[in-house]
Design a protein around this ligand. Structure first.
Ligand code: NAD
Length: 496
């Protein structure tokens, strides 16, 4: 296990250390290096020089692609170790880490390595006016130094999204993982060091957000910040930019709604909705923590949904039989518990779960039962605020218009699902829903080719796809005037 930071091409051990805890058992699994102001400044200098002096941005696109593919191969070569580290550190079921997080991370590097030449193609425009003819070349360039700040729920995957795009675009990068979950980012650092990247092109700094993260975001050597995390921290980072203008991508929280219409295929709506709120212990920005179910199907849907939620197998993340692991830490579990209690005092009906499990096997971890709250209404706190845990809030509605008004009735706009057999209803709802992604009869499908990102308080900017990739570039207009006889007006305005 690598516990060192990556700065200026070297793995560096710091004096300051931090314990990393397994949320399934509360055992300390590692003591990792923590960046202080000194290491943060070193990384900033190194990353800036690596951008200004090259060779990362001056490599041919073919060479750039080759290096990025080395990361993909490194991830695949260490896939088992990475899956174990991710599961140990986050508590997520190893089945999820093995079949989703780790291969998807490798695929993202592969995709952007393969696509970068076609995504970076410049566009030439022929321009003509009374003053003459000109040619404009629109060129995509990297921003420069990109700071990538990621949360604890998908530590390797979200880091890989950002890093693959930023590097493919030619930026040099500093990755800052959440200090709760640094292990796979540090392993990634080792893979990158072993791949022989140019000094300073990639730096990985573990450290507290309020110190290292803030210093990175305020620094003038940084040109771009790509942040995924909570709304509160996102707003703080936007605030820092009042002193130093930077390009930003903000992927923030959500309060997404899954809408189940009367004509939905019951089996796929129930199973898909279970996945949409209980996968990764509900700690997903796109979790459908609100299920809006139409009146005629409400009782039968809820009966099936609750009976299946009760059968979800809780256990140690490392056990292949585990379907749901623990929450990330005790403070977070308490927050989720408080939301459930508050909802009950506000009139919601607890249909299952709602507590710390009594099972002695789970006593040491931060486990929380899969929870379903019925009769949730629009005015309740659990309906409007992000819980980020395994809590489904179910609301009954009569018309599609009512469902859309309910779904849109929060500050967030990250994602939505609609379950129906009627294509016209699906199209109507999709266009009326205020969400950056709308899944129809499915949930959580991400593709490297397709942009993803939220509206409203869920942030701005896209990740993935051509549009997401282009966020990591700046657009330059190079204008050539080839006029010979008809001189452009600026060339003789004062020149008579
Ligand atoms: P968080 O905002 O607490 O932390 C995210 C990252 O920001 C961490 O690396 C943290 O160390 C850093 N940070 C904290 N304070 C900082 C500061 N002042 N300056 C700079 N960096 C700072 O979020 P979290 O608890 O790690 O993750 C959960 C949140 O992330 C949820 O709100 C969830 O919705 C959101 N999330 C969003 C998406 C998305 O794509 N929209 C994806 C995953 C998670």
């Amino acid at each position: 296990m690598n516990t060192k930071l990556l700065i200026n091409g070297e793995l560096i051990e710091t004096k300051e250390k931090q314990a990393v805890v397994n949320p399934s058992t509360q055992e300390v699994i590692a003591e990792v290096s923590v960046a202080t102001e000194k290491e943060t400044a070193l990384a900033l200098d190194s990353c800036r020089q690596a951008f200004n002096g090259g060779p990362w941005r001056t490599f041919s696109l073919k060479d750039r692609k080759g290096y990025i593919l080395k990361i993909a191969h490194g991830i695949l070569d260490s896939a088992q170790e990475l899956a174990q580290l991710e599961s140990l550190n986050t508590g997520k079921p190893i089945k999820e880490a093995t079949f989703m997080d780790i291969p998807s991370a490798a695929k993202t590097f592969e995709h952007f390595a393969d696509a970068l030449e076609s995504y970076l193609v410049s566009c030439d425009l022929a321009l003509s006016s009374a003053a003459g003819k000109a040619q404009s070349s629109l060129v995509r360039e990297p921003h420069g130094v990109a700071v990538l700040i990621v949360p604890w729920n998908y530590p390797l995957l979200i880091a890989s999204w950002k890093m693959a795009q930023a590097l493919a675009a030619g930026n040099t990068v500093i990755l800052k993982p959440s200090s709760l979950t640094p292990l796979t980012a540090l392993k990634l650092a080792q893979i990158i060091r072993d791949a022989g990247f140019p000094q300073g092109a990639v730096n990985v700094l573990n450290g507290p957000g309020a110190a290292v993260g803030e210093m990175l975001c305020r620094d003038r050597r940084v040109d771009m910040i790509s942040f995924t995390g909570s709304n509160d921290v996102g707003k703080q980072i936007i605030g820092y930019s009042s002193g130093c203008v930077k390009k930003m991508i903000m992927e923030l929280g959500g309060k997404s709604a899954g809408i189940v219409l009367n004509d939905a295929d019951l089996e796929s709506a129930v199973n898909g909705s279970l996945c949409s709120i209980f996968l990764n212990q509900g700690q997903m920005c796109t979790a459908m923590s609100r299920l809006l179910v139409q009146d005629k199907i409400y009782d039968v849907f809820l009966k099936e949904f609750v009976s299946k939620a009760k059968r979800i197998v809780l256990g140690d993340g490392l056990d292949f039989e585990t379907q749901m692991g623990p929450l990330i830490c005790n403070a977070h579990r308490q927050r989720v518990l408080d939301y459930v209690k508050k909802a009950q005092t506000q009139g919601a009906r607890l249909l299952c779960g709602g507590s710390v499990p009594a099972d002695g096997r789970l006593r040491k971890g931060f486990f929380f039962e899969p929870t379903v709250l019925g009769e949730v209404t629009g005015g309740m706190q659990v309906f409007r605020e992000e819980i980020f845990g395994p809590v489904a809030c179910v609301t009954k509605f009569s018309t599609v218009e009512e469902a859309i008004a309910l779904a849109n009735g929060t500050e967030f706009g990250l994602a939505a699902c609609i379950w129906t057999r009627d294509a016209a209803s699906a199209r109507y709802a999709a266009s009326a829903l205020d969400a950056g992604t709308v899944w129809v009869n499915t949930y959580g499908m991400f593709y490297n080719e397709v942009p993803y990102g939220g509206f409203k308080q869920s942030g701005f900017g896209k990740e993935l796809g051509r549009e997401g990739f282009l966020e990591y570039t700046r657009l330059k207009n190079v204008l050539f005037d080839a006029a010979v006889d008809a001189k452009p007006i600026v060339n003789y305005w004062y020149g008579f």
